[in-house]
Write a protein that binds this ligand. Structure first.
Ligand SMILES: [Zn+2]
Length: 168
């Protein structure tokens, strides 16, 4: 399994629109397995391919630390079909170590995606799972959670962003 490095804020790949995955082959399965291992090691809830330097429409979730019966999930070529409601809560990102921000997200999402076995699926997610899905899905479109801040709030965290950049 490839040991991956998580790229941090200001890495150009975090601003790219990622490419769809053409087929679920061994390379994609290996990418998913490595991403899940990287996510576990980093003690995060979600991780997207661009965060490990891969320009593909893939993200993984592992909410087992907050929900005991949660199985790890891989979302390949995801499409958000519907969003509903609103929730505001604190959110972090493995590409912004130590930064936590209050971000508004839909409370419920319907998402279609291809799973690790190559099967196309549709699920409904709520609460924290919906939040994690929206955060990771944004990464595939080059969007980051700091983009939701007002210019004033962005200004307030500029010192923290500089520190993250300097440490990377
Ligand atoms: Zn993130």
């Amino acid at each position: 399994m490839t040991r991956q490095r998580i790229v941090t804020y200001d890495s150009p790949i975090l601003r790219k629109h990622c490419e769809p995955v053409a087929e679920i082959n061994d390379k994609v399965k290996e990418l998913v397995a490595s991403m899940l291992a990287t996510l576990k090691r980093a003690k995060g809830l979600g991780l997207s391919a661009p965060q490990v330097g891969v320009n593909s429409r893939v993200f993984v979730l592992d909410l087992s630390s907050v929900s005991l019966d949660f199985e790890t999930m891989a979302f390949i070529n995801p499409e958000i079909l519907e969003t509903e409601g609103e929730q505001t809560g604190e959110e972090g990102c493995l590409s912004f170590p130590g930064l936590f921000l209050e971000i508004p997200r839909p409370d419920r999402v319907v998402i279609e995606f291809t799973d690790r076995q190559g099967e196309r699926k549709e699920i409904v997610a709520e609460g924290l799972t919906a939040r994690a899905i929206m955060h990771e899905n944004d990464h595939l479109n080059g969007k980051l959670f700091i983009d939701y801040l007002t210019p004033g709030d962005r200004e307030m965290i500029s010192g923290k962003l500089k520190k993250i950049k300097a440490a990377s």
